[in-house]
Design a binder for this molecule. Structure first.
Ligand code: HEM
Length: 285
């Protein structure tokens, strides 16, 4: 217990206090890898703002990885007809996505002079080349074979994982297949679609969602599934919006380091909506 007279005094080592001596590194470091993370990647310049830019980019990459992990878990449970476990993973991913989006506040300080002071050192590097982000987009149904190309020489089995995600059903495909097995009328051409292509909206799927909202109440698991997917689509749009605003704030309408027109290009991609019929059906519900 901490002394009342001197609250900063640490408890003595003993039965009730944490262990202080270890033969090697701490078990915490061995588990979390903090000594690796602390010196994971050096900045290109001495500019203090660049460190924040680099670390927050890495933090977001880890969030992308975690969210895709959760979605693959949810897909596995959906394929096993275990909806309640799929919902657990989807809820975790929704809350993780909210935390990811909250990270954008850390970019608000960055004015064009701040960004300019290290931007040149990025060379052609751009978030557009993030294979973890692309994996996340593929799971949302945004598939374009050309977007595999930048990653073919990335180290390890990352490219193979990305190609596998491109060719396999996305989160929405597995949701529609699950609902079709559980009494909902999903058009056969949607269930049998070429999975290695972008998901296209279909009137029959919109009809199916209208029926689902008629048949279910707020506590029914199928309704929770549809609302969680709606949350995820919204979180994804929020990510894009926050990214766009960070870009507008830090560099205006200059061209991107990845070779795009920058702001205008990002504005156009903001229009794309994940799980389209979950939104269009709302007009009829
Ligand atoms: C103020 C900081 C940032 C600026 C100025 C910025 C700028 C840009 C620009 C201009 C593009 C368009 C592609 C190009 O480079 O030509 C882009 C794309 C992208 N950026 Fe950023 N970015 C910033 C922060 C981040 C962060 C922290 C991440 C997280 C990893 C990120 C991830 C992405 C992704 C994934 C794309 C591709 C989006 C798509 O394909 O639709 N960006 N960024």
């Amino acid at each position: 217990m901490t002394s009342r007279r001197n609250p900063s005094r640490r408890p003595k080592e003993g039965a009730e206090a944490p262990k202080l001596e270890f033969a090697g590194t701490t078990p915490y470091d061995a588990y979390v890898g903090s000594s690796t993370l602390a010196h994971f990647k050096e900045t290109m310049t001495d500019d203090p703002g660049e460190y924040m830019f680099l670390v927050m980019s890495q933090v977001m990459e880890l969030y992308f990885r975690l969210i895709t992990f959760e979605w693959r878990t949810a897909q596995r449970f959906l394929r096993e007809d275990n909806l309640s476990q799929a919902l657990v993973a989807l809820r975790r991913s929704r809350d993780t996505f909210t935390a990811l989006n909250a990270s954008w506040v850390t970019f608000k300080w960055m004015t064009p002079p701040d960004f300019n002071s290290f931007r040149e050192s990025l060379g052609e590097a751009s978030g557009f080349q993030s294979f973890l982000y692309r994996h996340l987009e593929f799971l949302l149904g945004f598939k374009d074979a050309a977007l595999l190309r930048p990653h073919k020489n990335v180290a390890g089995d990352n490219y193979a994982e990305l190609v596998a995600a491109f060719e396999a059903p996305g989160l929405y495909d597995d949701t529609l297949a699950y609902l079709s097995r559980h009494g909902y009328d999903v058009p056969a051409d949607v269930l049998d679609r070429d999975m290695a292509s972008a998901y296209e909206a279909h009137d029959g799927v919109e009809d199916m969602w209208v029926t689902l909202y008629e048949r279910t109440g707020p506590t029914d698991p199928e309704r929770q599934l549809s609302e969680l997917l709606t949350d995820l689509a919204q979180e994804f749009s929020d990510w894009r919006y926050w990214h766009l605003m960070a870009v507008r704030r830090a560099m205006g309408a200059k061209a991107g380091t990845g070779g795009s027109a920058g702001l205008g290009w990002l504005e156009r991609s903001l229009q794309r909506q994940a799980f389209p019929e979950l939104w269009s059906a709302r007009t009829r519900i």
